[in-house]
Design a protein around this ligand. Structure first.
Ligand code: UD1
Length: 353
């Protein structure tokens, strides 16, 4: 790996970012992390180091952390400059940083365009300047137009249903234009995530947003830990087997491994731009997930059915054949494992970091 430079991980302290940082360091990569800690905690990276120490893995001179915002181009320039001066030239980027609440994006669209789109433009501008032209981008399956009860492949139609989804679509388009402008050099992978859940098996790393999450899995765990919390299931008459919505839940460590495979693919291959779905290809309903969580962890959840949530889709499951073929990647961890690891994290960190 000596010939390679450092990997810049933006949003590296977040949920998927921190698990990916751990995996990168375990595999011997050197990383530079940028995070604003707006919706994450520096402690997640301390935990990454703690896990490495517990495995007797050294990370000396392999991780450098910068706190700052990608909205500030001068800050990004400083990170690239300093890294180069310190002998840690950045040659590739995994770009996680961004806001991700659909609800907030509808309330504050400008904030979302600024935090997600403007920040990415700044990052790409500086990457271009430093001839750093390898990027793995955190996109989302939320960009797809609903497609009956069929698996979603990379060719499916894209449609924006809220400002958050729009930011992901715009960034994919910007990356596409950038690739067209310099096809001989840019290597780009847009990873469309399905529903990442679970946590690192140690229970030291997991999802810890600032404020209450509106997503199902964190709420299931909240419900299990706070005995007076009732989970609301949004709708019971969807056109699915049990009337509740179906999603493709993927273990965060499988997702992290997908990023490293994506990075390795780009490093090894000719310049290209690729869109890739990262999911398991397995559909799980809300009721299925609750049952598996209850059975795996021997916990009883209190829940009730309420109206549908605005903007929800009945069925969102990946066709992951392309990712498996291209990257030689297979999600390995079962739904039981996701529930077990998530719960282990929650029990050890009931209030997050
Ligand atoms: C949501 C966002 C998506 C975003 C993703 C990750 C919407 C419409 N979509 O995806 O854009 O990329 O989070 O942040 O917000 N559910 C309940 N009760 C709850 C919460 C959820 O029944 O209290 C159901 C939902 O109806 C859905 C399923 O659980 O069917 C999963 O919901 P959630 O975890 O919010 O993920 P998505 O809606 O798939």
């Amino acid at each position: 790996m000596e010939e390679n430079g450092f990997v810049l991980v933006t949003g590296g302290a977040g949920f998927i970012g921190s698990h990916t940082c751990l995996d990168l360091l375990e595999k011997g990569y050197g990383i530079i992390v940028i995070d604003s800690f707006l919706n994450s905690y520096p402690k997640s990276l301390e935990r990454v180091k703690q896990i490495l120490r517990s495995k007797n893995l050294t990370f000396k001179d392999k991780i450098f952390i910068y706190q700052g915002s990608l909205k500030n181009k001068d800050f990004i320039l400083r990170v690239f400059n300093e890294s180069e001066k310190n002998g840690c030239r950045i040659d590739s980027v995994i770009h996680f940083a961004g806001l991700k609440s659909v609800k907030d994006s509808i309330k504050n669209p400008l904030n979302y365009y600024e935090e997600n789109v403007l920040s990415t433009i700044n990052l790409l501008y500086v990457m271009n300047l430093f001839a750093c032209k390898i990027i793995v981008f955190s996109s989302s399956a939320t960009i797809f137009k609903p497609f009956e009860n069929k698996l979603i492949n990379e060719e499916c139609q894209i449609e924006s249903i809220n400002p958050y989804a729009s930011t992901k679509i715009f960034i994919e388009r910007i990356l596409n234009d950038l690739h067209i402008s310099d096809k001989k050099n840019w290597k780009i992978m847009n990873l469309r995530y399905f529903n990442p859940i679970g946590a690192h098996s140690s229970g030291a790393l997991g999802e810890s947003p600032k404020g209450l999450s509106h997503n199902l899995f964190p709420l299931i765990m909240e419900c299990a830990i706070k005995k007076n919390f009732t989970l609301k299931i949004f709708g019971k008459n969807w056109p699915t087997k049990d009337g509740t919505c179906i999603r493709d839940y993927i273990h965060v460590m499988d997702l992290a491994e997908g990023h490293i495979k994506a990075l390795e693919f780009l490093r090894k291959n000719e310049p290209t731009i690729i869109n890739l779905n990262l999911g398991t290809g397995i559909g799980t309903s809300v009721v299925d997930l609750i049952k598996v969580f209850e059975n795996t962890n021997k916990e009883n959840l209190s829940f009730l059915f309420t109206d549908r949530r605005k903007g929800d889709l009945p069925f969102l499951v990946a066709d992951n054949k392309y990712a498996k073929d291209l990257l030689n990647w297979t999600p390995l961890r079962s739904l039981e494992q996701m529930c077990k690891d998530g719960w282990n994290w929650k029990l050890k960190n009931p209030n997050g970091y």
